[in-house]
Design a protein around this ligand. Structure first.
Ligand SMILES: [Ca+2]
Ligand SMILES: [Ca+2]
Length: 403
């Protein structure tokens, strides 16, 4: 485990030294430089907050820190940066801060906990707006958030201030706060050859010995036609989590890693509208089909086993992992009870509930299994052949009166 961790840290460090997109195709709307050394650790120390405008509908909010943003090894650690947007330019309205009354707060959170790691627009005033989750990217010393104007009700003319806060190893770091900047959308028409959209591959699977791939990216013009990449175009990749080794345009899986992660692509500094969903490794349940009945001893329970392998096909040890089983359709006839051996669970009939049907899935360290166990329970023993007679998950059982 330690070897793998060191490898990840080493390869992660290499990634940090790759050049970061400098947004050549976006307009710099505002820049707030901040002192270096006025917050610690260095990844909490904001040295610049910038707002770029890549087109007529979005800002790219950027924070640059004194040190690279870390790879956390503890799900309870987090750091966030918040852009406080004072969209009526009135410090007396909205959420009060020292010299800012924010109508919207845009947060970029970095955490190993997928339920926390996000970009988010918080609505902190009475202005009706969509708000919600937005795309966030982390690369080296920078965190970037895509802010669509329509998510803040078009209130894109604002004062802003950026603050940092973090909680690492149970300690709150020294927060940092920038001066107040001003953002006014560019009135220029954006260059006609500036593509409207950057679209990346939607999916990349690294599993069963497929350990590397090169995702493709396309450009789309204002008129909907494709804009072709030129030989000198600069293409870069950004991983949402540090679960991938990115060297140039190639993505490679780390040994032992099975967490999925989204990936963004950039062409000449402009980030893709969508993200590449990269699945790493395989997580599956055996057997895929289970048929039980409530009346025959020995046929009223079965053992399910969870398996996992990384992209290289190497078995992932389940010892010490967080494993949760789920009765997906919440069928009352089915009970799923984890056994003491990691990765094993017993599925049982709840006789008083009659027949039922459900899919049972499992989560390994929060990552859902890629397959289900399809469980059917009847109130009679139909002497059905073993599950192996049912070749797939979608075979039909014909005792319909029972379900
Ligand atoms: Ca600072
Ligand atoms: Ca205000």
């Amino acid at each position: 485990m330690k070897v793998r961790l060191c490898l990840r840290l080493l390869l992660g460090a290499v990634c940090y030294f790759l050049p970061y997109a400098d947004c050549q195709s976006a307009v710099l709307i505002s820049e707030q430089l901040d002192a270096r050394g006025d917050a610690s650790p260095g990844y909490c120390d904001i040295v610049a907050a910038r707002i770029w405008q890549p087109d007529s509908r979005h800002y790219q909010l950027e924070v640059e820190t004194a040190a690279p943003l870390p790879i956390f090894n503890n799900e309870t650690d987090w750091i966030w940066f918040a852009w406080l947007l004072d969209t009526d330019r009135n410090p007396a309205t909205g959420q009060p801060h020292d010299n800012i009354g924010s109508e919207f707060n845009v947060r970029g959170v970095v955490s190993e906990d997928p339920s926390v790691n996000c970009g988010m627009i918080d609505l902190v005033s009475s202005i009706p707006a969509l708000g919600g989750e937005v795309t966030k990217f982390v690369s080296g010393n920078k965190i970037t958030i895509i802010l669509p104007f329509d998510r803040i009700a078009g209130q894109n003319n604002f004062r802003f201030q950026v603050v940092s806060e973090s909680f690492i190893n149970g300690v709150r770091a020294t927060p940092d706060v920038t001066g107040i900047g001003s953002a006014v959308p560019a009135t220029q028409p954006f260059p006609a050859d500036n593509p409207l959209r950057v679209v990346a591959d939607s999916y990349g699977g690294l599993r069963e010995g497929i350990t590397a791939f090169t995702p493709q990216v396309w450009l789309q013009g204002e008129d909907g036609r494709p804009v072709f990449l030129q030989p000198g175009d600069k293409i870069e990749l950004y991983s949402y989590f540090n679960y991938l080794n990115i060297l140039g345009r190639t993505v490679t899986a780390y040994p032992g890693v099975f967490h999925p992660t989204p990936l963004a692509m950039a062409v000449n500094g402009r980030l893709s509208d969508n993200r590449v969903a990269v699945n790493l490794g395989s997580i599956w349940i055996d057997p895929p089909v289970v048929h039980l009945n409530t009346v025959t001893p020995g046929k009223d329970h079965a053992t399910l086993s969870l398996h996992a392998a990384d992209a290289y096909g190497t078995t992932i040890s389940l010892a010490g992992r967080n494993i949760n089983w789920e009765n997906f359709y919440q069928a009352p006839a089915i009970q799923v009870l984890p056994l003491s051996t990691p990765g094993l669970a017993e599925v049982q009939c709840n006789a008083s509930a009659g027949g039922g049907l459900s899919d049972v899935k499992a989560y390994l360290d929060g990552v859902p299994s890629h397959s289900y166990a399809h469980v059917r329970i009847t109130t009679q023993d139909y002497n059905l052949p073993p599950f192996s007679a049912y070749a797939g998950l979608y075979n039909t059982f014909f005792n319909s009166h029972d379900f």
